[in-house]
Ligand binder design. Sequence first.
Ligand code: C2E
Ligand code: MG
Ligand code: MG
Ligand code: MG
Length: 291
Amino acid sequence: AAKRVGGAGFALFEDGMVVDAALQLTLQSDLRGALDRGQFELYYQPKIDARKNVVTGVEALVRWNHPTRGVVGPQEFIPTAERSGLIVRLGRWVLDEACRQIADWQSQGRDLNVAVNLSVIQLADASLLDDVRESLARHNVPASRLLCEVTESLLLENTQATARTLVGLRALGVHLSVDDFGTGYSNLTQLKDLPARQLKIDRTFIQELETRSEARAVVASVIQLAHALHLTVVAEGVETAGQRDLLKAMGCDELQGYFYARPMQAAMMQSWSIDAPLALSRTLIAPPLAT
Ligand code: C2E
Ligand code: MG
Ligand code: MG
Ligand code: MG
């Protein structure tokens, strides 16, 4: 409920977090200033085709280049941006910047698909479809290069407005991905009715893959289910060769995680090579870890 704009004041205290209202207000105005001053940056994390061992695309993950705190990760400001409604402006910037980057890579001869994460608040915003259409047109990017990731738990709040937006995005030619799958409680009917092409299994299942047979059973059946529904499956948070091997054996289509690369600045994508994933991602291209 804390995710809804205009929610009750108690939402500030969700998750057992005691957040000072004054601090929230400071953060809100800091975020607004950061947008005005262009302090946000998109980092990109590759998704790798499990069979062909090639990059299928990248996921854009927003960072805040804070003048004194350094690189700040999204978990520290997205919730506040959502509560204050600023996520609509921030999300608009993310979409446009992602399209600009697609065009930039395209001009260098790299055809990369880019995924952006959408907040439920953006999905409920009437201007989203126009925003997406305008950004694609402004940068002359085909809609099929863009993929929108929407978390499974948000899809549970699948109101008519949200459903319409998802269908509208798909009608534009944008692809849809169900993020963090396994953390919500969506039923198979909901999944079947979504105009999605991709399903991302949440990292918590991948983490337990090597140690718990239950996790292996869940992941194996999610992959089967997704394939039956003609969805491709991405495993998120792949950190070890063991996890990679298990996922490959289970028929997982794409792999993403620190094992291959951490999210990196756009310019670093040039020097990153899939053949030397560990060494490179751990040293050269590792951004400062946002805490
Ligand atoms: P997400 O979309 O599920 O993204 C995956 C998160 O897991 C990212 O964290 C990524 O850096 C991290 N990750 C990737 N591989 C590994 C791994 O092997 N191990 C571990 N421990 N972590 C891994 P990040 O960048 O901090 O983003 C967190 C969440 O913030 C994202 O989760 C997404 O829900 C949200 N987010 C990020 N960028 C945006 C944005 O532009 N708009 C919106 N609305 N949300 C965003
Ligand atoms: Mg995501
Ligand atoms: Mg995810
Ligand atoms: Mg996640």
